[in-house]
Design a protein around this ligand. Structure first.
Ligand code: NAD
Length: 264
């Protein structure tokens, strides 16, 4: 029980990485407020976790919705120890010159502004209680140049810098801010991109030293560590959980073994 009695607000936790993190945190003794844009999905996820957990619909890029999710968490549990800024949507994979401006704006609003907004609204309560852990979702897209993933990549690079800035600002109050930069993890978002032919899972696996896609639980395990007291002196870091993807620099395939199963 590494998160016993801790209260966690997880955004976009109706699916994928957020849901796996909520499940793992509940197992470790935390009480969770599950947020998702899709209210019914959030509600279903919370009831599947059990009676001590709760849910709230809302858009992380809308200030009134963020105020409501922070208030609901405090009303129910009286504190917030952990914030996971996970809510996100994929890029369109349309060439930059053909992208409508609204598309860029929406991606930046959800990922970058959403992370900024929820952090800024939760931090005063963490500062007042003298402790807290925030973990943001960056990406390998925030490190490497991925064509046609313009707004997504810019937002993720911004999230990595936001992580450093806020970690420096709130460190004196014992509020830690870190990020995880996942590689290709098999979630509903990635599955859809593979189905639509926007991601070639064989090529990704060949490009990944460990020769496989990650599982949502791989991210959840790193989340548990970063939010536990075992990471009490770790702040402002961006941890890659990518099977070695970002380190690979040779022109050849990183993995030449057999590709097994749907995810290796
Ligand atoms: P997912 O689509 O399975 O889950 C994302 C959830 O966020 C959905 O339930 C969606 O309804 C919710 N959401 C979307 N917009 C929202 C908003 N404005 N407010 C609140 N909730 C909103 O996706 P995932 O793969 O689990 O991705 C989760 C996070 O991890 C995202 O930030 C994504 O960019 C990041 N990420 C994922 C991968 C991967 O390979 N899956 C890799 C790198 C980074």
């Amino acid at each position: 029980m590494q998160l016993e009695n801790k209260v966690a607000l997880i955004t976009g936790a109706g699916s994928g990485l957020g849901l796996a993190t909520a499940q793992a945190f509940a197992r470790e003794g935390a009480r969770i407020m599950i947020n998702d844009l899709r209210e019914e999905v959030a509600c279903h996820a919370a009831s599947a976790l059990g009676g001590e957990h709760a849910s709230i619909g809302g858009d992380v890029s809308r200030e009134a919705d963020v105020d409501a999710m922070v208030r609901a968490t405090l009303d129910r549990y009286g504190r917030i120890d952990i914030l996971i800024n996970n809510a996100g949507v994929p890029d369109s994979f349309v060439p930059t010159v053909d992208q409508p401006l609204e598309h860029w704006q929406r991606l930046i609003d959800i990922h970058l502004t959403g992370t900024y907004l929820v952090s800024k609204k939760v931090a005063p309560h963490m500062i007042a209680q003298g402790s807290g852990s925030i973990v943001n979702l960056s990406s390998i897209a925030g490190v490497l140049g991925l064509p046609v993933r313009t707004a997504y990549s810019a937002a993720k690079a911004g999230i990595s810098m936001l992580t450093r800035v806020l970690g420096c600002e709130w460190g004196p109050h014992n509020v830690r801010v870190n990020a995880i930069a996942p590689g290709y993890i098999l979630t509903p978002m990635t599955e859809e991109l593979i189905r639509e032919g926007k991601i070639d899972s064989d090529r990704v696996r060949r490009r990944t030293p460990m020769g496989k896609l990650g599982r949502p639980e791989d991210i959840a395990e790193a989340m548990i560590f970063l939010c536990s007291d075992r990471a009490r002196f770790i702040t402002t870091v961006i941890i890659p959980v990518d099977g070695g993807y970002c380190a690979w620099g040779a022109p050849s395939d990183a993995y030449t073994g057999e590709l097994t199963g749907a995810i290796g």
